[in-house]
Design a protein around this ligand. Sequence first.
Ligand SMILES: [Zn+2]
Length: 83
Amino acid sequence: MTIICHDCQTGTPIADHLEDAELEECACPCGGETFTVGVGYAMNTANEVRWISLGLRCVADGTLGVYTDWKIDYAPTRHLLPT
Ligand SMILES: [Zn+2]
């Protein structure tokens, strides 16, 4: 998955191993397609990533939503975390 900066158009990958994912563009119910982004990582007791959640806030109307999340079923997972 790639997040594209609205200002500079730079693409930033936020996860890999998405061979099985169905990637889609997303939009707010208001029609807005520009968002601020938050990525959440749920860790298990061994400090490995088990879930990644993508939260978006529409800049047009402020609507918050979790647009996708996915389960991580392998280890190690340190490479998934921001450096
Ligand atoms: Zn909106």
